[in-house]
Design a protein around this ligand. Structure first.
Ligand code: CMC
Length: 427
């Protein structure tokens, strides 16, 4: 048990308990700070704030470690499947063979959408960004499936979670099909979660679609790598939205909205666009110089991370997967060579070394997704699909926490002090 933390505020000494987790930094429990001192803490961007207890995911950013329920991400990515990881995150333990079959069967049988939802797509422009469509359609799920929205009932919460995990590939694939003007493809139950998604995305009714096992494995691995990531911006958004007791489908739509931004899930799209813009390795120095120039808002997309101050362990697996997919599909995209050289140059540059900026998961994911055939606008939609597992697991954990309260941060007010209203003619 760590000593209490002592703080002196305006001449008054106060003490706060220090709590220890199973691993990771201790936390100073400042819940009584305001009551005892009349002060708030100030931490915009939450760089020093733990917002909850969680037993799902552990990150050591300095060492480049990522564990789900204790299991290293490298082992999960190499040896397990997305369905297994989904089960692990939701239930706390890896499934037995029988549990996995049952879970996979349940997810498979929830993949179809209510047929009326197909009509929602027609309300969108064909050139709408898939994330705009995903926000809308996932939010619209809250107007259906009323039998799984009593969040006080653990069974209903689990049904809502299964539905979200199961329907997300169908929703994402339909967003793609709508954008290219092709008919929606219904799910097929004898395919894997990931194989089914590939078929719904790239298949057409006119012919059989054959799932390429190397692509299926690579995409499944990408899903594993994106499944959860502790209290990141979109997960915190889902928790905050859910803390008011909101409808689970609406909470996940809020997570999708947050994920869309280029500083978060949108980075994989931005990273590939950047690599294509750079085009050839000889132009790399120009972009490195821009990234270092304080007067230029340009950043190297796919580089840097709020938590990892070391190589993102997900990027390591991702880089290896690029080669496997390229070999299987016979692709030779020069963008990969540009990415490898950019990484090497940046890692040897003082600016990036001093600021501990390393490639993150998004640096290579776009290269793989593009080789598989996804347009860049779909990249973040795939991230949302995979992260749904983390979102629902974290949401379940929050709701079942007896100490759960509505999230309600405070502020440092910098606006005008009280003043009297003047009618418009007197201003
Ligand atoms: N290129 C150039 N400089 C950078 C970069 C970059 N990609 N990232 C950070 N810096 C600099 C930044 O200018 C700042 O410099 P200074 O201290 O001189 O002002 C310093 O490094 C610290 O940056 P920060 O913005 O204060 O750090 P943060 O923790 O708030 O931001 C980040 C983290 C991921 C938003 C940021 O690194 C970034 O914008 N990266 C590019 C976008 C990206 O790849 N995002 C994907 C994140 S991984 C996927 C996910 O989890 O969603």
């Amino acid at each position: 048990m760590a000593d209490n933390a002592k703080l002196q505020v305006a001449g008054k000494d106060v003490e706060f308990p220090v709590r220890s987790g199973t691993i990771g930094p201790d936390v100073i429990d400042i819940r009584k700070l305001y009551a005892q001192t009349g002060n708030f803490t100030y931490d915009p961007g939450f760089t020093s704030t733990a917002s909850c207890d969680s037993a799902l995911t552990y990150i050591d950013g300095d060492e480049g470690v990522l564990l789900h329920r204790g299991y290293p991400i490298g082992q999960l990515a190499e040896e397990s499947s997305f369905m297994e990881v989904a089960y692990l995150l939701l239930n706390g333990e890896l499934p037995s063979g029988e549990e996995l079959d049952k879970f996979t069967g349940t997810i498979t049988r929830h993949t179809m959408l209510h047929e009326q939802l197909a009509g929602f797509y027609r309300g969108f422009r064909r050139d709408a960004h898939p994330m705009a469509v995903m926000c809308g359609v996932v939010g619209a799920l809250s107007a259906f499936y009323h039998d799984s929205t009593d969040i006080t009932d653990p069974h209903q919460r689990m049904v809502a979670s299964h539905r979200l995990i199961a329907k997300m590939p169908t929703i994402a694939a339909m967003a793609y099909k709508y954008s290219v003007g092709q008919p929606f493809i219904y799910p097929k139950n004898d395919l894997s979660y990931t194989g089914n998604f590939l078929r719904m995305t790239f298949g057409v009714p006119a012919e059989e679609y054959e799932v390429n096992p190397v692509v299926e494995k690579a995409l499944d691995r990408i899903f594993i790598l994106h499944a959860d990531h502790e209290q990141n911006a979109s997960t915190s958004t889902v928790r905050l939205a859910g803390s008011s007791g909101a409808n689970p489908f609406a909470c996940i739509a809020a997570g999708i909205a947050c994920l869309w931004g280029p500083a978060h899930g949108g980075a994989n799209e931005a990273a590939l666009n950047m690599l294509r813009e750079i085009g050839t390795p000889d132009r790399i120095p120009e972009y490195i110089a821009r990234a270092k120039n304080k007067d230029d808002p340009f950043r190297l997309m796919g580089f840097g991370h709020r938590v990892y101050k070391n190589y993102d362990p997900r990027a390591t697996v991702m880089q290896k997967t690029v080669r496997e997919v390229f070999d299987s599909l016979g692709v030779n995209d020069p963008v990969f060579e540009t990415a490898l050289q950019l990484e090497e140059i940046a890692l040897n540059d003082d600016y990036f070394r001093e600021k501990k900026l390393f490639p993150n998961v998004d640096f290579y994911s776009g290269v793989i997704l593009s080789a598989i055939g996804f347009p860049t606008t779909m990249f973040t939609a795939l991230f949302a699909l995979a992260r749904t597992v983390g979102w629902v697991a974290q949401w379940n954990e929050m709701i079942s926490d007896p100490e759960q309260k509505i999230g309600r941060p405070r502020q440092l007010y910098t606006g005008p002090t009280q003043r009297d209203y003047l009618p418009v003619g007197k201003r």
